[in-house]
Write a protein that binds this ligand. Structure first.
Ligand code: SF4
Ligand code: SF4
Length: 252
């Protein structure tokens, strides 16, 4: 008989989703990095009583579009990816429920826009830490999860469930090469040359930049994602010269 995990993977494969992992909900309490970064009230077992596992999956950000960021093209792409992930998470929930399990999709963005981030700069759940625990990738200096195929150009979502899924393993392979390009490219000076730690990221400065861009209709920023040389997609290039200027001229 097909396992719960195999059934969920198969249902997501039908949506073209292939970056998938899982981990035990206990991992939030035992992993040193995650347990120190994520408070107990924002962990799976607090959000879904009876939760035993997390299923995490992602889809890539297209490098060609990312290279135009910040822009109307990147903004629209970002919205579509988020909606697609939320829809796919509901698909996985339905599959778990069909098999007699309980499950809950955590929304892609668990905060209320930029005003919400100004009030509380963290979403109520961190998909990045979920992905880290599943071994999907490791943190880079830009605070994002980096993968071998796409560097930081990946959007993630999580489904919590009482099904027992395979326990993921944190990978010890650091994908970030510490080149510092993301740090030097950040227009808000929100990043610092340090290994991933909460203190190395000035969330307020980043949110202020998103707010400024939103007033021009082209949030989010995304420069620290686009410049990262890691990922086998990094050789792909977006438009340059006049085509890029045209795209970037679409702002309020
Ligand atoms: S999204 Fe933009 S402002 Fe925020 S850290 Fe990245 S480059 Fe800096
Ligand atoms: S740009 Fe360089 S330092 Fe920044 S996340 Fe990518 S590899 Fe790491």
């Amino acid at each position: 008989m097909q396992s719960d995990y195999a059934a969920a993977v198969s249902s997501l494969a039908g949506l073209g989703i292939r970056i998938i992992g899982s981990c035990s909900s206990d991992a939030w309490d035992t992993d040193p990095l995650v347990s120190s970064a994520v408070p107990p009230e924002r962990r799976p077992k607090a959000l879904m009583p009876g939760c035993r596992s997390a299923l995490v999956f992602g889809i890539p950000v297209q490098k060609c579009i990312s290279d135009t960021s910040p822009s109307i093209w990147y903004r629209e792409h970002y919205k579509v990816l988020n909606s697609y992930l939320d829809m796919a998470a509901e698909r996985a929930v339905l599959e778990f429920e069909r098999r007699g399990r309980s499950a809950a999709a955590v929304p892609r963005d668990g905060y209320i826009g930029i005003k919400g981030l100004q009030k509380d700069p963290s979403a109520f759940f961190s998909h990045k830490h979920s992905a880290y625990l599943c071994g999907i990738g490791t943190f880079g200096m830009n605070g994002s999860i980096l993968t071998e195929d796409y560097g930081p150009r990946i959007r993630l979502v999580t489904v919590l469930t009482d099904a027992v899924l395979p326990e993921g393993r944190v990978t010890d392979k650091q994908t970030c090469n510490r080149c510092g390009l993301c740090v030097r490219s950040c227009p808000a000076n929100a990043l610092s040359i340090s290994l991933y730690q909460e203190v190395g990221f000035d969330v307020e400065a980043c949110v202020k930049r998103q707010d400024d861009l939103a007033s021009e209709g082209i949030s989010p920023c995304g420069i620290c994602i686009s410049v990262c040389p890691q990922g086998s997609d990094s050789g792909r290039r977006g438009p340059a010269g006049t085509p890029l200027e045209i795209i970037r001229s679409y702002r309020l």
